[in-house]
Design a protein around this ligand. Sequence first.
Ligand code: ADP
Length: 618
Amino acid sequence: MKKITSLFIIFLLVLSLSACKGKNETANNLKDGTYVVNSEKGYNQTKALDVTVEIKDAKITKIDVKNEETESIGGLAIENLVKQIIARQSIDLDVISGATLSSNALLSSVKLALDKAGGANLLKSVSSEVEVKNLNSDVVVVGAGGAGLVAAINLKLAGKDVIVLEKGQIPGGNSAKATGGMNAAKTNYQDENEFKEEAGLLKNIEKAKENYPELSTLIATVEKQYEDYLKNPKGYFDSSDLFALDTLIGGKNINNPELVKTLAENSAKAISWLEKIGAKLTSVSSFGGGSVKRIHRPLNEENKVIPVGTYLIKVLDEKAKELGIKVFYDTKADELIVDNDRVIGVKAGNNTFNAKAVILATGGFAANEELVTKYRPDLKSVMNTNVPTITGDGILMANAIGAKLIDMDKIQVHPTVAVKNGQLITEGLRGDGAILVNKNGERFVDEVGTRDYVSKAENEQEDGIVYLIVDEKMADKSNVIKGYIKNDLTISADNYEELAKKLEINSDNFVSTMENWNKAVENKKDELFNRTSFAEKLDKAPYYAIRVAPGVHHTMGGISINSKAQVLRENDTIIKGLYAAGEVTGGVHGANRLGGNAVADFVVFGIIAAESAMNDME
Ligand code: ADP
């Protein structure tokens, strides 16, 4: 084994040396010096990147980028491109998919710097194809999104050899785009909150009794737990049973109950696991479909909520690097290798990765329009929030060797996607107090209802015109909202009338909508739509509106797994050596995923897939 490991290290060294040699063959006439460019704007359209390029011995030796792209996946893209530019001494590089604006801004900044340095014939590089053949490891993880990184880290922490294959050029997948947070029940962070959510809890219990009488045992358990809590109300009220109940109701009770139970029961442990590797999700809030405050979110140094996806992926990526996990980027897995009814590896182009177990963590298929419309013809040409690599590869690979696929037509449309640029506007805004208004200046739905319910209501509004409204108080507390403002997604005004005029919606109605909403917040009673989650009044100017519409967001269906993340065949027997975690799987979310459950899913099942793969190996 030792020999194999050292051979592998030698191989990696050869690999990196050959990569440098091949890309380095450009002569140039650059003058040594330090060149600063700060004119090119990326994802943050209000502030240009500040790029300093250092040239020594006519070579690019250092690129410093001061940027505010870090709260988007642009931060990771810039880091990756800087490395590539220096390694290849070229700017003739592909933009990083999913981070086009940041990539282009960096490449054109460096080009301008090189122009200042006397021009360069650095525009074309000689590319060297690096071939990787026949690598061995304990486990191959396919996909370096949330689930893949969690699984790989868990394996490496347990001393296993692990290789990660990633089709894109940066880690993160769709997980990097998650803005909301992670649902978890019975955490210490919840206990820091006073329990004020009785109304929402009782409403959901009533709804469950009415619509899902088959869940009566679980409902009775939750009722009993709440009764007991009221006798001695210590800490915050929640339970894994209530988390499971919310998830089942959200999923219209077609979820696999075993998987839901596993998700809920392991969620608090998963928060601790994250904490151990350096990711803290300390701020707890309400979210659509949750009976209580359960979504856990990261805060920055100023105690402002920041997007969960980029935060987590950064921590996971850094941990993976620290542990020496090898991630092969630009490496698309094509096929699973099966021998004697057991999965023993993965083919990626000409390369073969042999392993004792394979974990599929390739995400969903929402960016594969052909596959989406195969299952849901009604979703043709609807906006889409996914990164381009999320095309269902793992689902198809597993299916090709007999894995069962379930709920493939259950595709979630998210109600708040910015019409301007297709960016997802987090549900957290509604949880934190935002409302939705239509062309008539009126509210039209309980804004914190489930995603399918709110999306349907939006589609019924005149001309599809819907605005999400927040105020300065909310913006003050949230870097996420500040990001939307910076990125020019908001229209703002100093009073309600002026905002209505700018939005070209009915002004009189809008003013009374706002006044009535503020009264509803004060009385904690929404006469119109029976919304039960209230935050603060929307009464601090300026006011902000974002035009939103539904967009294809998450695919609930996928590979059928059991609660050990083992992949199942049509007849529910396991496929040995194959595990799957995250959006590539079906059954956890049923017909509709609750906000905060995608992150819970990839952390919980990422950990489990790694543990199961290890157990089966021993
Ligand atoms: P999850 O939330 O389930 O972890 P993500 O969308 O975050 O899912 O991550 C899935 C990752 O898998 C993405 O980074 C994507 O680029 C990668 N991926 C998708 N298909 C392949 C493939 N065929 N080979 C390697 N990586 C893939």
